[in-house]
Design a binder for this molecule. Structure first.
Ligand code: FE2
Ligand code: FE2
Length: 198
């Protein structure tokens, strides 16, 4: 791996107060290369869900592939399908707030509607099981007036709550990789983007 080798050109500052344009040109160049690997890093993280059942009828990677496959076969566009694929990627690090993790990863690359859908799918998914755990299945009603309420409710009803069938034949992860690469190559919302790059 190039990082860590002594031949690498690096910024010279000891604290950012000393930083120069040359330093930041070096760092920006490294970022451009590193950012190109984002889709591959995301896919690798998604693979951590493989074999992780958590008591469910299918493991979490199978559930993710099934959610994405159902959305794709229903004619949803690529950005939506990638959101479907990654909606539970936060299960490994966000045990108490997994939708926030997926929403944060997807935010620079997706519409406000799709971002809201991913960020809130946990509460909307609760409509299908919270009452079995002594929780309020209608918790989602606090968002009833939100313009994206139906968008999120539809995602959960059509693709998420329905994606636990061990008999369903999903597309393999490889099928979705080019979609993830395309979506993650086009950031549109980030404070690090200059106007010209948007
Ligand atoms: Fe989820
Ligand atoms: Fe899910």
């Amino acid at each position: 791996m190039a990082d860590g080798q002594d031949t690498e050109i690096r910024a010279k500052f000891r604290e950012m107060l000393e930083g120069s344009k040359d330093d930041w040109d070096i760092i920006a160049e490294h970022s451009r290369h590193f950012n190109k690997g984002l889709a591959a890093r995301v896919i690798n993280h998604l693979k951590l869900l493989d074999g992780d059942f958590g008591g469910f009828p299918v493991d979490r990677l199978t559930h993710s592939l099934q959610t994405a496959t159902r959305a794709h076969r229903d004619g949803r566009d690529e950005e939506y399908v990638v959101c479907a694929l990654l909606h539970d990627i936060g299960d490994t690090l966000g045990s108490y707030n997994h939708p926030d993790v997926a929403a944060a990863i997807l935010k620079p690359f997706v519409s406000d509607a799709n971002h809201w859908m991913v960020a809130n799918h946990g509460m909307f998914q609760g409509y299908y099981f919270f009452h079995h755990l002594g929780l309020d299945r209608n918790m989602r009603e606090q968002h009833r007036d939100n313009p994206y309420f139906e968008h999120c409710a539809q995602f959960c009803h059509l693709y998420d709550q329905s994606a636990f069938d061990p008999e369903y034949e999903s597309e393999p992860l490889e099928f979705f990789v080019p979609m993830v690469e395309r979506v993650f190559s086009r950031p549109k919302n980030s404070m690090y983007l200059r106007k010209a790059e948007e």
